[in-house]
Design a protein around this ligand. Structure first.
Ligand SMILES: NC(=O)c1ccc[n+]([C@@H]2O[C@H](COP(=O)([O-])OP(=O)(O)OC[C@H]3O[C@@H](n4cnc5c(N)ncnc54)[C@H](O)[C@@H]3O)[C@@H](O)[C@H]2O)c1
Length: 252
């Protein structure tokens, strides 16, 4: 197995992509610390049982709003108190807002940047310090193709994901000496239950398919496969990279 007994922290674990990454981490033998907003954990308690089914004693679920420093600190404390030493962190939590730049409020801008960029940074700092006390590890940031190229109605999102891609490189430089690799994954549009209606609208579908040479949306499994590879020792010489899972979208 790729991640046998590796303690792996994931944010946004109960989101569409987060659930699939969490399940695949478990399947590869990791001990998963699944984190998400408290209210989401509460609402989706049944699902946690579903993701974790068959993986008794292989995961814990902890609340953590990554925009709140006290919650990040408390997560770090709990992990330490339980004697767990993380070797993998997947910064998956992220939010989007579709709207024209002229209509973006300060509140929306701040919220997107706080979750997608600031939250990922301080989670990396918290878990990175624990990795430094152990054997190092691998941090994987879920960015987006829209961190590399722009698109309409996504000014704060594109800015946050571009920041995340360069944050990845900055951390790669500073933390290589601790044996910590830091990479990002850049998915194209990922078809999920939540966005299916929007992505399958015929006009939108036709125009997006023109942009994706492989002519399909990504599945959450496509993203999770890239995450698993980067998290594992098979990628032991890879750090600072932005791996597009985009069916060729960025090739033009
Ligand atoms: N779905 C796509 O098409 C797509 C494409 C490219 C990149 N991505 C990225 O993939 C990641 C996962 O996206 P998804 O489609 O699964 O979205 P999703 O909305 O299904 O899941 C996001 C998760 O993040 C959690 N979250 C939100 N705010 C948080 C906070 N403050 N603290 C902790 N957790 C918080 C949510 O509760 C949710 O569980 C995001 O970073 C997103 O930007 C998604």
């Amino acid at each position: 197995m790729l991640l046998e007994k590796k303690v792996s922290v994931i944010t946004g674990a109960l989101g569409a992509i987060g659930q699939v990454i969490s399940r695949m981490l478990l399947e590869e033998g990791a001990f998963v610390i699944a984190t998400d907003l408290e209210r989401v954990i509460w609402e989706e308690e049944a699902f946690i049982g579903h993701v974790g089914r068959g993986f008794v004693d292989q995961y814990i679920v902890l609340p953590c709003d990554i925009t709140k420093m006290e919650e990040i600190d408390s997560l770090g404390r709990i992990i330490r108190e339980r004697g767990l030493v993380p070797e993998v962190l997947v910064n998956n939590a992220g939010i989007n807002y579709l709207g024209y730049a002229k209509d973006v409020t300060e509140e929306t801008w701040d919220h997107i940047l706080e979750v997608n960029l600031k939250g990922a940074f301080f989670m990396s700092q918290c878990i990175g310090k624990l990795m430094m006390e152990g054997r190092g590890g691998s941090i994987v940031n879920i960015a987006s193709q829209h961190g590399e190229v722009a698109n309409l109605q996504r000014a704060p999102y594109c800015s946050s994901k571009a920041g995340l891609i360069n944050l990845t490189r900055a951390l790669c430089l500073e933390w290589a000496e601790y044996g910590i690799r830091v990479n990002s994954v850049l998915p194209t549009f990922v078809l999920t239950e939540k966005n299916e209606q929007t992505l399958m609208q015929s006009g939108r579908y036709r125009s997006y398919m023109r942009e994706i040479p492989l002519r399909r949306y990504a599945a959450a499994e496509d993203v999770a496969n890239a995450v698993l590879f980067l998290a594992s020792d098979r990628a032991s010489m890879i750090t600072g990279q932005a791996l597009a899972v985009d069916g060729g979208y960025l090739a033009k």
